[in-house]
Design a protein around this ligand. Sequence first.
Ligand SMILES: NC(=O)c1ccc[n+]([C@@H]2O[C@H](COP(=O)([O-])OP(=O)(O)OC[C@H]3O[C@@H](n4cnc5c(N)ncnc54)[C@H](OP(=O)(O)O)[C@@H]3O)[C@@H](O)[C@H]2O)c1
Length: 360
Amino acid sequence: MLTSLRYLAGTAGPSGFGSRTTAEEATAAGRDLAHITAIITGATSGIGAETARVLASRGARLVLPARSLKAAEEARARVRADCPGADVTVLPLDLSSLASVRRFVKRFLHLGLPLNLLVNNAGKYADRFAVSEDGVEMTFATNYLGHFLLTRLLLDKMAETARDTGVEGRIVNVSSTIHSWFPADDDALAYLDRVTRRKIQYDPTKAYALSKLANVLHTRALADRLKEMGANVTANCVHPGIVRTRLIRDRDGLITNTVFFLASKLLKTIPQAAATTCYVAVHPAVAGVSGKYFADCNEASPSRLGASSEEASRLWTFSENITAEKVQKTTSSVHVVSTGLFGLQAQSSIVPNRAMALAA
Ligand SMILES: NC(=O)c1ccc[n+]([C@@H]2O[C@H](COP(=O)([O-])OP(=O)(O)OC[C@H]3O[C@@H](n4cnc5c(N)ncnc54)[C@H](OP(=O)(O)O)[C@@H]3O)[C@@H](O)[C@H]2O)c1
């Protein structure tokens, strides 16, 4: 109750910021980000676009991956219109495809740039059931699994940059308060298995909640991993707040318009929704803080499942297995084969059939 009132009033929390803080305000603490190179996923629209604009306006060099290069070029043009001279590189990346993630990382590493900041922001809410080319339910594949692999493949670069520059690296996972809608008594991985194999009916909201819970659990396990590595890199996750973006584009129409109109007092603007990401990404007060969940630019509590170390390490092991790659020689060509939970079998795009199939 108190939290809701504080949200509505925009009252500042211990950080000095609250629900009405904008990304510009959250980054105004005199920080020149000219020494920062950041990858921001999902910057072609919504919260990611505003995050990119504000970080570029503070001088950060940006790498913007997107599944449509045309959309990425347009995003770059918008950033440059606002911040002339901004250093923005665009590269192709479809997060729903593990092969695309690998190609992106190869291209990025080839550029020879440092990497201080990784903002895993891209996301989708899918009204209709689909399976990724790797054979995983599409919302989970896009919102979580692609980001898991992306982060894993970039960890060494981030640790190396932090070591060479003495500047703390940061990873920000954009989750949602909706992660708490995944029932505490349900088994996340078993649910993913059932929904992927179409053993149960697809529920878009539950699939979205599961993917956002995975973002929270990923953060927790990642923070532990970074500590074990001795890397000067932190990992935190955020709930940006509720804001009308293209996220629910599948549901555009009269009913959605009416709901948003009625709820307009509860919604954030896009500059407000980008504030928590930007705060956690660059604010000096967050230095050394890792494995935490933030909302309205303040530390908050995730759901009970989201706070579970056991669930976090279970998901981490599952994700490592499912994204693992080993090279297998066949008579005609070399196939990249992944194996994971549910006996997942994958062949790379060298073989044009559907890549990863769940064993029945
Ligand atoms: N809006 C809210 O109320 C709200 C609340 C809580 C959390 N969030 C989270 O905030 C993040 C940003 O969402 P948003 O509201 O700003 O939505 P948005 O405007 O729809 O932006 C989503 C971004 O993700 C990208 N994306 C989607 N699928 C992708 C894929 N397969 N590969 C690469 N990029 C992909 C989109 O690129 P395209 O241009 O290619 O579509 C777009 O740039 C998401 O993680 C979302 O879950 C949003």
